[in-house]
Design a protein. Structure first.
Lengths: 111, 117
């Protein structure tokens, strides 16, 4: 699986949009971009995934660049409960559930 | 719909003992994966099961084993525990088979925190 690079930490003001970047410059054509987050003492929570089109659900939006070498997860109105470690993962279609987690980005939402 | 359930939530064992952890996947999910999370190594894949068959295995010693039952519930076992086995053990379930072309998200439980003394 392609390696991802994320900033180790970010801050965001409560109520503002949180934009979390991820670099996956070696991504292959059959690899999806997945985002998970992990709140302290809980298991990772699935947020969103996409292949090449932008995606939106009730939790977040995922913007993937045209060359697919990077993506941004957007939390439109961050709340204190969004404070967590966010993981960007690339995953090959049909290759099973062996996900490779990097260090993630620790997002701190501040009042 | 209930999420992935892992039991027990916390466990304390002594070096040399063995331990069995249990995972009940989301109803209808047939694929179960196990991960180990430690502060030093982060989240690492242990193994994956589908229809009672192990599909993938991570780079862990043979002391770590697992199985899946016909109702998709899964257990993992660690024998001859070492201090370094202290970790959060996470189970995740998904709809699709390992070799499926359908890319379905994994949904994680809240884990079993194992402490080896």
């Amino acid at each position: 699986d392609a390696k991802t690079t994320q900033p180790p930490s970010m801050d965001c003001a409560e109520g503002r949009a949180a934009n979390l970047p991820c670099n996956h410059s070696t991504i292959s054509g059959n690899e999806y971009v997945y985002w998970y987050r992990q709140i302290h003492s809980q298991g990772p929570q699935y947020i969103i995934h996409g292949l090449k089109n932008n995606e939106t659900n009730e939790m977040a939006s995922l913007i993937i660049t045209e060359d697919r070498k990077s993506s941004t997860l957007i939390l439109p109105h961050a709340t204190l409960r969004d404070t967590a470690v966010y993981y960007c993962i690339v995953r090959v279609v049909g290759a099973g559930n062996m996900l490779t987690f990097g260090g993630g980005t620790r997002l701190m939402v501040k009042p | 719909k209930a999420g992935v359930t892992q039991t027990p939530r916390y466990l304390i064992k002594t070096r040399g003992q063995q331990v069995t952890l249990s995972c009940s996947p989301i109803s209808g999910h047939r694929s179960v994966s196990w991960y180990q999370q430690t502060p030093g190594q982060g989240l690492q894949f242990l193994f994956e099961y589908f229809s009672e068959t192990q599909r993938n295995k991570g780079n862990f010693p043979g002391r770590f084993s697992g199985r899946q039952f016909s109702n998709s519930r899964s257990e993992m076992n660690v024998s001859t525990l070492e201090l370094g086995d202290s970790a959060l053990y996470l189970c995740a379930s998904s709809l699709a088979a390992a070799a499926s072309s359908y890319n379905s998200p994994l949904h994680f439980g809240n884990g079993t925190r194992l402490t080896v003394t």
